[in-house]
Design a protein around this ligand. Sequence first.
Ligand code: EPU
Length: 345
Amino acid sequence: MSAPPVVPRIEQRASLRGFNTFGLPAVAQTLAYITSDADVRRIVDHPDYGRAPKFILGGGSNVVLTRDVAAVVLKIEIRGRRLVAESPEAWIVEAGAGENWHDTVAWTLDQGWPGLENLALIPGSVGAAPVQNIGAYGVEMKDRFDSLDAVDLVTGRTVTLDAAMCRFGYRDSVFKNVLAGKSVITRVRFRLPRPWQAVRGYLDLERKMTETGIGNPDPRTIFDWVCAIRRAKLPDPAVIGNAGSFFKNPVVTAEQCRDIIGRDPEIVHYPMPDGSVKLAAGWLIDACGWKGKTVGRAGVYERQALVLVNRGGASGAEVVTLARAIQESVYGRFGIRLEPEPIIL
Ligand code: EPU
């Protein structure tokens, strides 16, 4: 008879308050700390937890916990970073899903492998980056993605997915829908193209070039600029609970946009290659007068209306109540439905 599987570290009735950047109170009935692919398999094979629903928690920077979690929470703590391959075309760098995102970006620069600098200071973990195809200042995860490893929560097998299989979209991937709760990302590989080329077309970065007179910034300078820009308008989750942008920037047809511009000529909008138009959700929310407002213990950040914050002691329900009120007022004025970016549990 084989010995029962060794179980990863598991806690019952564990508080998740310290594990979500909003700082929302919630309790996990069962919390398992995952440090390897083998740990995932041990959960899959476990007599009590194998068939139970699972919730995968990375850095907790993209989740709103509105209640206690009955699903088995897998807290991903897989570490390790290395250069996998180097060619004249690219560096391929791999990082464990539990590595901190920003530290990993800084580490690649320290090693002399630039390409992730526009994505500096995004809260969360490496494993969460492909889930919502993180993006900032003209670069998205998908632009620097090679492949990832994930463990299937039914078979326990490790599989490798390329970019096409991940079905990346704007703040979206297969892990947010078809594979949600079904597959655990354990390692991500980035493809950092050589020779390095700056991505500096984003308005905030152009402004920095004008301010500093540096027209040809190196990767480290862009990293520093991105950090400075983010610090100036986004709250540090270690100080004020938040989950970054709370809503996606809505995409409308050119016709809808013309309509809205007719009524609100000031509206911030970006034409997309396919003819549709992306609107700045922050502008829409700001235009409805929400910036700096507080409802219960949740609020809208003073310097960026797209970010909802925990003013201290807020519950997930309070955050959701505020989010709904914002959605209603934006719909009432512009006829546009804002879609939340974080997963609401
Ligand atoms: N704006 C306002 N009022 C506000 C906020 C914004 O008028 O309160 C206007 C700004 O003046 C600007 C426009 O809206 O003209 C867009 O704002 P910003 O450049 O700050 O970027 P964003 O669209 O609000 C997006 C991403 C961010 C990312 C930045 C930089 C989404 C949902 N958000 O924000 O991503 O860092 O661009 O690339 O796509 C995140 O996803 O969590 C996130 C922070």
